[in-house]
Ligand binder design. Sequence first.
Ligand SMILES: Cc1cc2nc3c(=O)[nH]c(=O)nc-3n(C[C@H](O)[C@H](O)[C@H](O)COP(=O)(O)O)c2cc1C
Length: 201
Amino acid sequence: MSTKKKVSPAKAEATSARRSRVVLGVTASIAAYRAADIASILTKSGIDVDVVLTREARKFVTPLTFAAITHRTVAIDDDEGTLGGKPSHLNLSDDADLVVIAPATANIIAEYAHGLAPEVLTSVLIATLAPVLIAPAMNGKMWEHPATKANVELLKSRGVEFIGPERGLLACGYEGIGRLWPVIGIAERIIEKLRDSRGKN
Ligand SMILES: Cc1cc2nc3c(=O)[nH]c(=O)nc-3n(C[C@H](O)[C@H](O)[C@H](O)COP(=O)(O)O)c2cc1C
């Protein structure tokens, strides 16, 4: 039996007129600065981008960069208060069309796989019903570690999509698989996924 809800034409029209909203989680990878380009491409494509930085990511990039690019408030743990009667991780996750983690560290993949939610971004991941797309970036040895591999497989078995990483010269100086997928490819996949999910509604 189909569980799909019937949508009235008026509601369908209102839904299609609504701008898509993506939560872009940025974690503490050396590739974190490249998330600014992803945020910029999406914003220029007419998508609302709510950026969430992990505590550690703020050692690499600032909320100001993303606020200036997206013209929206950037979520950081210090502000995890209540907005509109809801904790901010629920405000972020509830109506998101897609949650993207780019770049994703080995740590966030492990936390998500095991349902740990010590901060805003991990809480969003556990709370959301939206599809999740993960673009990992890490040293090749971290990517090939059995723990990371098992975590990735676990998340894939739950329907989480991964894009990359690719092989190449890594920032740490090693050659291997671990480079963040090209930002244009990540942005294109995000837009494609939003289009697909709109087609289904
Ligand atoms: C300079 C530097 C670069 C790092 N780059 C990465 C990386 O690309 N991928 C990764 O998984 N961890 C990387 N780390 C380790 C993470 O920053 C560390 O695991 C951190 O606790 C992850 O926090 P988060 O997942 O909450 O953002 C790096 C650490 C440093 C100091």
